[in-house]
Design a protein around this ligand. Structure first.
Ligand code: ATP
Length: 627
């Protein structure tokens, strides 16, 4: 079910060396393009600054060479013409100016880099948010999806910065290094090669440990998600009451600590091995530098080179080695970050199956379209058991249908199919005779308003919590108040300190909490504010007290007028206000009729009614109900 556009994950275990390298390069290129899209102007400025910073060290060490020569043998004429003929003092001033320029460039680059990374992070977060808000609901059925989301999210912030830094340092080091090689070449062409060879082992260590760390990090995604879960349970208000009453705190803490201890131990082993290998590789580099400097010192002793040459050589060689190491480390980090960012790319490439048709049909324009679920068989992703089998239901235009049935019968699943959160395996949902898969998904959903069984409440004002039902239409205050009145929420809101402007939830200052039944009225108002021709209410009265339920149901038919309505409920007292009641069990409709007809039939509905109203005579049962 979870599909991603095919591109091999960088660093995949099976990929061979060169192939892996090419994948990493492609990954880096993808990130560079993303960077260019996120912060085009800043990226250009960053490039220019890095180039300038890359060239500046060459200017500095050339000036130092001239300075040493002019101090050691003033007027020797070895560096004649141009800056070479200057006395020490102006050369000192020029060297200081070059160093100052270096510092200035560093500060400006830091500022540019901050702006660029902020923009980049915001851009990546926006892409993740857009993707998360639109992927198929089916993705949420899969632990694999959560793993991917977790990996993509943890990459977005830290890894993109690492990538940016390593890209910058690699670029800058490459420029300086090329210039250093040009400076060293006159002393022997073998020197640049020795330089490269001395840093090779360090590079190999970096690459190897990048891959090892990445493999470990990938393999422990599930553990880190567990940590996140324990942390949430311990710190979030939603679980706070049960955590205290059932004394879950120590249990959750222990589970968290156990997992952290294991991850910490594994991480430390990795760090220890990496440290040892780095030490050996560094030792090799120092030995090579020592040998090269000794060779140059011997040349000075024999008079074939000047002290200035020795100073330049030492600077160029040791800086060159440092640079090469920085370059290779930067390239290693780039490789590492690209491994991590491949998860972001993979996440952004996730493709759902609930998509618009290639040639969509226009949505029905009727103000109360007919709804039909025809021969539907459906099972949830990853499940073998069909929730609905050959399911058939017709709701004529402008009528109220109720679905009643025991827990797990498949009632709420119908809502998900009508809204096209899922597509059925077999059969189709029709709107005025048109298969909803032939309609543009957004326009189809705009035709439907739903009170979900477990609505979401937002940390926003009450008015906003209602207006959320139709943000596109930006409902005016009068429409919000009318929806609240229809839902029976107006009196509750009137009692709140700031009325419609009261903040819901206690996460922020000034917020207030409402009871379950009060919240349900707010959610009901949200469903009403959306002027959609199809109204679906999943357990609209489950939290209401009997008095509120009776009062609300009295007005219900008026509220529903002019719309096609599906009401899902456990309560016959709610269902009996519908035009037709369908009794559902085991994924199928087993009884259909009006309240009176179903009571007369003596089936499941009648039994449920009798159990809730044991003292009712058959005559009393019909009072208040639609017969
Ligand atoms: P209730 O009256 O308790 O709300 P319901 O009739 O609305 O139940 P559904 O929520 O439609 O029942 O669930 C029908 C069946 O589908 C149940 O057996 C449930 O376990 C299963 N089910 C529901 N959601 C999922 C899901 N996301 N993945 C797998 N199975 C699911």
């Amino acid at each position: 079910m979870l599909t991603a556009r095919s591109h091999a994950a960088a660093g995949g275990g099976a990929a061979a060396g060169p192939r892996r390298f090419l994948i990493s390069l492609a990954q880096v290129w993808w990130t560079v393009r993303l960077l260019q899209t996120a912060a085009p102007g800043w990226s250009t400025a960053w490039l220019v600054l890095l180039t300038a910073q890359g060239l500046l060290p060459i200017a500095t060490i050339s000036l130092i060479r001239l300075l040493v020569n002019s101090i050691a043998a003033p007027g020797s004429g070895r560096d004649t013409g141009g800056l070479g003929s200057l006395p020490p003092l102006p050369l000192i001033a020029l060297t200081a100016a070059a160093m100052l320029a270096g510092e200035g460039l560093k500060s400006i680059t830091e500022w540019v880099r901050t702006a660029q990374s902020e923009l980049f992070q915001d851009h990546v977060s926006a892409l993740i948010h857009q993707k998360s808000a639109t992927v198929d609901l089916a993705f949420y059925e899969s632990p694999e999806y959560y793993d991917r989301l977790h990996r993509a999210r943890s990459d977005a912030g830290s890894r993109s910065l690492v990538l940016l830094d390593s890209l910058g340092s690699t670029l800058q080091s490459s420029i300086t290094l090329l210039a250093m090689v040009a400076v060293l070449a006159p002393y022997g062409l073998a020197l640049p090669l020795i330089l490269a060879a001395s840093t090779g082992p360090a590079f190999a260590v970096v690459l190897q440990f990048n891959r090892r760390y990445h493999r470990w990090w990938e393999a422990t995604t599930v553990e880190r998600r567990w940590l996140h879960y324990y942390d949430l349970m311990l710190t979030h208000g939603a679980a706070a009451a049960e955590v205290r009453l059932f004394e879950l705190g120590p249990y959750l803490e222990a589970a968290y600590r156990r997992l952290r201890r294991r991850l910490r131990r594994e991480r430390l082993v990795l760090a220890r091995d990496q440290g040892g290998a780095r030490f050996l590789a560094g030792g090799l580099g120092i030995a090579v530098t020592g040998g090269a400097v000794a060779w140059m010192a011997a040349r000075v002793t024999h008079g074939t080179a000047t002290l200035g040459d020795l100073a330049l050589f030492y600077q160029a060689f040791s800086q060159g080695q440092g640079l090469l190491r920085a370059l290779l480390a930067g390239a290693g980090q780039l490789h590492g970050a690209s491994l991590f960012l491949s998860h972001l790319r993979e996440f952004l490439n996730l493709e759902g199956q609930i998509t618009d048709p290639i040639q969509p049909r226009p949505v029905p324009t009727s103000s109360h379209p007919g709804l039909r679920l025809h021969q539907i068989t459906f099972r949830y992703p990853g499940s073998t058991r069909p929730v609905l089998r050959d399911f058939e239901l017709t709701i004529p235009p402008g009528t109220i249908a109720a679905i009643v049935g025991p827990n797990g019968a498949g009632k709420s699943t119908l809502v998900k199919l009508i809204c096209r959160f899922y597509d059925p395996e077999v059969g189709r949902v029709e709107l005025d005779g048109v298969d909803i898969r032939q309609l543009p998904v957004r326009e189809l959903r705009r035709m439907i308003t739903v009170l979900f069984q477990f609505p979401q409440y937002y940390t926003a004002t009450i008015a906003e919590n209602i207006a959320i039902g139709d943000l596109a239409a930006c409902p005016p205050r009068a429409a919000i108040e009318e929806a609240a009145r229809l839902a029976g929420a107006d009196e509750i809101i009137a009692r709140l300190p700031a009325g419609y402007d009261t903040l819901l939830g206690k996460d922020f200052t000034g917020g207030t909490e409402l009871s379950g039944g009060e919240l349900q009225r707010i959610a009901l108002a949200r469903a009403f504010v959306r002027q959609a021709p199809i109204l679906i209410l999943d357990e609209p009265t489950s939290f209401m007290d009997p008095w509120a339920e009776a009062a609300w149901l009295e007005r219900f038919r008026e509220l529903a007028r002019g719309r096609t309505v599906l009401i899902i409920t456990h309560r016959p007292t709610t269902a009996m206000y519908a035009d037709t009641i369908h009794v559902m069990q085991g994924g199928q409709i087993i009884e259909t009729g009006t309240h009176a007809e179903l009571l007369a039939r003596g089936g499941l509905y009648a039994r449920a009614w009798r159990e809730q109203h044991p003292a009712c005579t058959p005559e009393a049962r019909l009072i208040g109900g639609r017969t």
